[in-house]
Design a protein around this ligand. Structure first.
Ligand code: PEP
Length: 245
């Protein structure tokens, strides 16, 4: 099975920058074989990304979506609006949204339902904070978060669900979970919800191989290193070479 490498751009790249990045990524990776590649630009760049990447096999996901199809929710964007653009999925409950934007397990579950109802795929993010890990609460936190995700998804929609394990202390910090820490968390998650599980947290070309080689790691969600064509492409190639083994 091919690994999935998803680039979370966060609030980086204007629409113009997206066009040049996606053209260069496409030229660098084509033909894309042995790895599933996703980019997650900001809303304002989605249309451009879909246009430039059309026919390349590289998919475009949003970074978030509201749960309702439409309504009086000023400033929000709905799953059917994304689907019409040619976006094929969305991240849900990234830790920055949980920490800075009041995302909860309940709102995450609602968003997952809305995104799946629109026919899109979901990458649902979970992960413990440093304080939780040091207090010995990692397992309890992951159980709570993953069970909320599982409860939000009907069995028939499971094929469109991916989980991303992102320890909060490893995101944007340059600190990566050791391959053993990642594997332990992934195995725990898989015991609760058996879907593909991505690792996220300071994945770089230099550490991708040891993380992606773990038996329960099915790909990576990449933040900082996804903003540069060469480093993102290199991680995608590492994943492709592993899936050929
Ligand atoms: C992320 O934003 O999901 C992430 C893992 O970021 P970084 O790779 O920069 O740690």
């Amino acid at each position: 099975v091919a690994q999935l490498i998803a680039g979370n751009w966060k609030m980086f790249k204007t629409a113009k920058e997206t066009i040049s990045f996606c053209s260069a990524l496409r030229a660098r990776l084509e033909p894309v074989e042995g790895v599933d590649v996703v980019v997650c630009p900001p809303y304002t760049s989605l249309d451009e990304a879909v246009g430039v990447l059309a026919g390349s096999g590289i998919e475009v996901f949003a970074q978030n979506a509201h749960w309702a199809a439409e309504g009086a929710y000023t400033g929000e964007v709905s799953p059917p609006m994304l689907a019409e653009l040619g976006v094929t999925g969305s991240l849900v409950a990234h830790s920055e949204r949980r920490q800075l934007l009041a995302e909860t397990d309940e709102s995450a579950a609602q968003r997952i339902g809305g995104v799946l109802d629109a026919g899109l795929r979901v990458i649902a993010c979970v992960g413990e904070t440093e304080v939780e890990r040091e207090a010995g609460e990692t397992e309890a936190v992951l159980r709570r978060q993953v069970e909320a995700v599982r409860a939000a998804v009907e069995a028939g929609d499971r094929p469109r669900l991916t989980v991303a394990y992102e320890p909060v202390w490893a995101i944007g910090t340059g600190r990566t979970a050791t391959p053993e820490q990642a594997e332990e968390a992934h195995a725990l998650i898989r015991g609760i919800l058996d879907v593909p599980i991505l690792y996220g947290g300071s994945v770089k070309p230099e550490n991708a191989e040891e993380l992606l080689s773990q038996p329960d790691v099915d790909g990576a969600l990449v933040g900082g290193a996804s903003l540069d064509v060469e480093s993102f492409a290199s991680i995608c190639e590492t994943a492709a070479s592993l899936s050929r083994l």
